[in-house]
Design a protein around this ligand. Structure first.
Ligand code: GLN
Length: 256
């Protein structure tokens, strides 16, 4: 009899432990996060208007608002960390942030390093030149000095198409545009929406009508956090289906 009660006590203890751990796993959305429970930490590069930019000391824009809507659905508090674009995937993979959202294009190379959510927007790589430039399209870029933002698809694709040695890389897109203004490069290849802001803010520049490449933007998440990918996709897909994502995009990008 004594023997049985010991076994019973053991079985009860195991049941209790299992119940507790199941309870812990379900407690809140906070457990989805690889960083601090209850928070969803997003890495971005906040010089990419209208997707992310500073309004005073606050980071706003399409990505910031979509991220806030996702965090809201998951019951998490959104925290945004600003860093160089080139550091975002590193931060995701060393676990210091939960996700990257930065007008980030889904590419085969990046898919080897991170998971991507559903696509929530499209971008186009365009070419900015001085108003009097003889460059009229991608075919004229051979042998020219091309300014890009380090580690972006503008960098990756022009390096492949026109040669590494012809590409000048800058930590920020705005620095590439400065280099164009002072004549250090002949053109800048960058995403169309920030390109519009840069051209509007600086005299003497134009965007060529002939586009370079079309791309899909998505949220990057660590390959080691599948539950977070699933949770983000469920929330994002709902926000796409009910028109919330389009409403956020339309708020920042006016139809031409
Ligand atoms: N869409 C480009 C990329 O993913 C640029 C993104 C950015 O500069 N924030 O590389």
């Amino acid at each position: 009899m004594k023997k049985y009660s010991k076994i019973l006590a053991l079985v009860l203890a195991i049941c209790l432990l299992l119940a507790l751990s199941a309870c812990g796993a379900k407690k809140s959305g906070g457990d989805l996060s690889t960083t601090t429970a209850g928070k969803l930490t997003m890495a971005t590069n906040a010089f990419f208007e209208p997707y992310e930019f500073y309004d005073g000391d606050k980071i706003v824009g399409i990505d910031a608002e979509i991220a806030a809507a996702i965090a809201d659905k998951l019951g998490l508090e959104l925290v945004i960390e600003d860093m160089e674009f080139d550091s975002i995937i590193v931060a995701i993979n060393n676990g210091s942030v939960d996700m990257g959202m930065a007008g980030m294009t889904v590419t085969p190379e990046r898919l080897l390093e991170v998971n991507f959510s559903s696509t929530y927007a499209t971008g186009v790589q365009v070419i900015i030149v001085p108003e009097d430039s003889a460059i009229t399209g991608p075919d004229d870029l051979t042998g020219k000095k091309i300014g890009v933002q380090l580690g972006t698809t503008g960098d990756i694709y022009t390096s492949g198409d026109y040669g590494d040695e012809n590409v000048e890389r800058y930590p920020k897109g705005s620095e590439a545009v400065m280099a164009l203004l002072n004549g250090s490069v002949d053109c800048v290849v960058i995403d169309n929406e920030p390109a519009k802001s840069f051209v509007a803010a600086n005299d003497g520049l134009k965007i060529l009508d002939t586009e370079y490449l079309a791309e899909d933007y998505a949220i990057a998440i660590s390959k080691t956090n599948e539950p977070l990918l699933e949770a983000i996709n469920t929330a994002l897909n709902e926000l796409i289906a009910d028109g919330s994502v389009q409403a956020i995009i339309d708020k920042y990008i006016k139809a031409e």
